[in-house]
Ligand binder design. Structure first.
Ligand code: DON
Length: 318
């Protein structure tokens, strides 16, 4: 059956309940201490390295979670696919794709490279592309743009969200490279003149506070044709869900996007705070949080959790 009933799914595969597996995985991987907490932004360096949570939310709204699932942390790059989705809704595909391409880079997330022929950033999930899509968040003035930005995430999480002011200032104070990228894009006419506002929006979206359950609900919303399975609210028009998932599949895991797609085979997005959102279309969303990140910027335990779930349940989309 393809009813999206993940508990039925685990029965069918005869591997015990998913809840048991999550507890077992959490207990086992909690002793894996590969990677380390990101330190390039002072506020990020303050995170407790040992935090660890796994949450699964089905498209029927069922929630399974283990570990520190209510612990707040910053959304970071996990915000990027959702802002891309909003840009598509606000401006349509043609306009958005004129400002940002959809090619994986094989480069680091903060690459300053733009496409040589068109001067577009390579995709919406590297910083350059994310700044270009943040520029597309419209509003009469800055407060309205910020309100609209936060509303995106309120629809996906189903609750009121805030950004962490200390994280925002820490991002902003150390964000010279992002500023350089924005000015380079302004030079090529890829973003508007409101550079400082757009950078602030970008730093704010990175600083939005979420917990592991939020990650899974966001993923489940994408798994459920854009409808939040807890609130029933349409977070993004169904027609754009495939745009967002395609970008996550090809570009979501930084410069290990290829090996992730090959080995784990799920659309996903990671952030330097140690979160991963993975989507099993038509079935459920997975959230993992563990701040120890590997050399590529992905949560080491998070990758391990997703790999085991994918292999155990045959979740690879192909
Ligand atoms: O320095 C930045 O732009 C980051 N705060 C971006 C966040 C992130 O997760 C980086 N990787 N995708």
């Amino acid at each position: 059956d393809s009813s999206g009933d993940l508990l039925a799914h685990t029965h069918r595969t005869g591997t015990g309940t998913l809840r048991d597996l999550l507890s077992e995985l959490h207990g086992r991987l909690a002793t894996m201490n590969d990677g380390s907490v990101a330190t390039y932004i002072p506020e990020l360096a303050k995170m407790d390295a040992d935090l660890f949570a796994i949450t699964i939310v089905g498209i029927d709204g069922r929630v399974l979670e283990v570990g520190d699932a209510a612990q707040l942390f910053s959304l970071q790059s996990m915000s990027k696919p959702f802002v891309f989705g909003q840009a598509l809704e606000d401006h349509g595909r043609e306009h958005v794709l004129g400002k940002v391409n959809v090619e994986p880079t094989g480069e680091a997330f903060n690459s300053i490279l733009l496409d040589e022929q068109t001067n577009r950033p390579f995709n919406p999930l590297v910083n350059a592309g994310a700044i270009a899509t943040a520029d597309l968040i419209d509003g009469r003035d800055f407060p309205e743009r910020l309100t609209r930005l936060l509303k995106i995430f309120e629809r996906y999480t189903g609750r009121t969200v805030h950004f962490d002011n200390s994280m925002f200032y820490s991002e902003r104070a150390t964000g010279h490279r992002n500023r350089a990228i924005a000015h380079l894009m302004r030079n090529f006419g890829m973003i508007s003149d409101r550079i400082d506002e757009t950078l602030d929006l970008y730093f704010q979206q990175c600083s939005i506070q979420v917990n592991c359950r939020d990650l899974a609900v966001m993923g489940a919303t994408l798994a459920n044709a854009g409808v939040n399975p807890i609130t029933g609210e349409q977070a993004i028009r169904a027609e754009y869900v495939k745009d967002v998932l395609s970008i996550m599949f090809t570009c979501g895991m930084y410069d290990s996007a290829g090996s992730w797609a090959y080995g784990i085979g799920l659309p996903a997005k990671s952030g330097v705070s140690g979160g991963i959102i993975a989507v099993v279309p038509g079935q459920f969303g997975i959230g993992v949080f563990s701040p120890r990140i590997d050399a590529r910027g992905n949560s080491a335990r998070g990758v391990a959790v997703c790999r085991e779930l994918s292999q155990r349940y045959g979740l690879h989309v192909f």
